[in-house]
Design a protein around this ligand. Structure first.
Ligand code: NDP
Length: 492
């Protein structure tokens, strides 16, 4: 090596070390080490004393994330209120057996939700069957409004709004979406209506495998349509699929259009191995992933490009202090009920830490006790009486001058379970104007033909035996209330 070469190696080494030192220095200056820390001194308790409807821990959403957060908030002694949203219980209400919840070998999704809910309530969490419409963070306590127009003042907020099943963006998707028209995202809800029929399940993940297995006892032929060359479902699920004689998996295939007679989908156009094709069938069940339900917080907290709430480090903190997120709304990767629950626990602990750090203790809680949000008010819920036989209904109809509301459901229909609390509230409110009953359609199938019930849930209002109103999907409480008012006045 000559002298010139030695000099140039030294120069390169020197420049390299100098660049590294400069880079570390610049990063140190830019990073502001305390940037992410909450300035608790900013949240003065004086701001809460003149407020009404105060909620120290408000949870938006009632799946495993929301209910677990509520358990921790309430068990720590803070007044915790869960707003259930339009789909109480979330996605687990549409799951048959959950067999991967650690320590609990097998449990039905709705049963798991019921026990999470009961456990949170046991520690004092209040569950309200309402939906949050807006969150305003310009002032603290944050101002939240409900769909029924209530204004709430939240010291901390836990977002647990979950995710929603994705649709295929192809012609016919709006025309034929709905269990009564041919496209569904919930096999456990709608499978009984596909007895002896041919269906497609779209998707190659665990959800697709599960949907296919839920359909297997009913549909005559189930084709799982996978756009890729392989399924991404776990090996155990793929093996299980093979044990069903009426399930086949078709690869390299995807739907390009839904076709039908305007009322029902009757066939689909496809691409199979790159060639156009057609198939006649009775139903399509979608299992093509989910989108986060983050519309409520768009512009409120930071979201990633797909709309998932961005979290700070290993906490559940969002970009806004005292607002936390848990579960599928902030998780684009794992999307497991157990993880949502763990996230919920963390979010609950984060909220509790915030309250303690700002000095919200028993003495402060006692001072604002009269101003805390009270979920009661208005006539309470009233359970719907079950009708077990057609003869029971005929007797009630003959004796009653009031219109009769019949809620048709099946035990396995999560949407029906989500609708029931809304109907129970309305049964309380309309007790002197209408009689409310529920009918398990599997127990009394005669109703199906008599009142042309093609799926559940169906809410039917009869006046002197005549059909005066019908709803075939859950609605927010406010819309359902105005529907009943209009129906009673005689104009829908
Ligand atoms: P995934 O994201 O795992 O799978 C979605 C599937 O839909 C993929 O096969 C994807 O295809 C396909 N897909 C996406 N868009 C389209 C489209 N436009 N046309 C056709 N196919 C499309 O979602 P899942 O809901 O199945 O699962 C989410 C998570 O939940 C996973 O972690 C899963 O393990 C878990 N889960 C667990 C269950 C259990 O253990 N019992 C039950 C259900 C879910 P491609 O592969 O080509 O991208």
């Amino acid at each position: 090596m000559n002298r010139d070469m030695r000099v140039s190696i030294k120069t390169v080494l020197f420049l390299g070390i100098a660049a590294a030192i400069a880079w570390v220095g610049i990063r140190f200056l830019i990073k502001k080490p305390h940037h992410d820390r909450v300035n608790y001194g900013h949240y003065k308790l004086d701001a809460i004393y003149n407020k009404e409807n105060i909620i120290p821990v408000i949870v938006v959403g009632s799946g495993p994330a929301g209910l677990s957060a509520a358990l921790y908030g309430a068990r720590s002694g803070f007044h915790t209120v869960v707003f259930e949203g339009a789909k109480p219980g979330g996605q687990l209400m549409g799951t048959s057996f959950v067999e991967n919840w650690p320590g609990l070998p097998k449990k039905m999704g709705p049963d798991l939700i019921a026990s999470l809910k009961g456990q949170a309530q046991e520690f004092g969490a209040v569950i309200v069957n309402e939906t949050i419409k807006s969150i305003d963070t310009k002032q603290w306590p944050y101002v939240l409004t409900t769909e029924n127009g209530k204004t709430l003042h939240a010291l901390t907020v836990i977002l647990a709004t979950g995710a929603t099943a994705r649709q295929l963006d192809v012609p016919g998707k709006d025309e034929y979406f709905g269990w009564d028209k041919g496209i569904s995202t919930c096999a456990i809800c709608d499978a009984p209506f596909y007895k002896g029929k041919e269906v497609f399940v779209i998707g190659g993940g665990d959800s697709a495998a599960e949907e296919a297995m839920q359909l297997a006892p009913y549909a005559s032929k189930i084709t799982v349509l996978v756009r890729a060359k392989t399924m991404r479902a776990s090996a155990v699920m793929q093996d299980r699929l093979k044990t069903y004689p009426n399930i086949t998996v078709q690869y390299n295939s995807f739907i390009t259009a839904y076709k039908g007679d305007g009322k029902r989908m009757t066939e689909v156009e496809l691409m199979v191995d790159g060639k156009p094709s057609k198939a006649k069938l009775d139903g399509v069940f979608l299992a093509v992933g989910h989108d986060p339900n983050s519309e409520l917080v768009k512009g409120v907290v930071s979201l990633d490009s797909a709309g998932f709430v961005l979290l700070k480090g290993r906490s559940q903190a969002t970009s806004v202090p005292a607002i936390y997120a848990a579960g599928d709304v902030a998780d684009h990767k794992y999307r497991q009920a157990g993880i949502a629950s763990g996230d919920g626990i963390k979010a609950g602990l984060d909220a509790v830490e915030f309250l303690r750090m700002i000095g919200f203790n028993d003495a402060v809680a006692a001072k604002v006790e009269d101003n805390l949000f009270d979920a009661e008010g208005g006539p309470g819920r009233q359970a719907l009486s079950p009708l077990k036989k057609m003869a029971d209904f005929e007797k009630v109809a003959a004796e009653s001058d009031l219109p009769i509301l019949l809620d048709f459901y099946t035990e396995s229909c999560p949407t029906c379970m989500q609708l029931l609390p809304t109907l129970e509230i309305l049964a309380g409110e309309f007790a002197d104007q209408m009689k409310f009953f529920k009918v398990d359609l599997m127990e009394v199938p005669e109703f199906q033909a008599k009142y042309k019930i093609v799926g559940v849930p169906t809410v039917l209002i009869l006046k002197k035996g005549e059909d005066i109103g019908r709803i075939q999907k859950p609605m927010p409480l406010k819309d359902m209330r105005s529907f009943l008012e209009k129906t009673l006045k005689g104009g829908e």
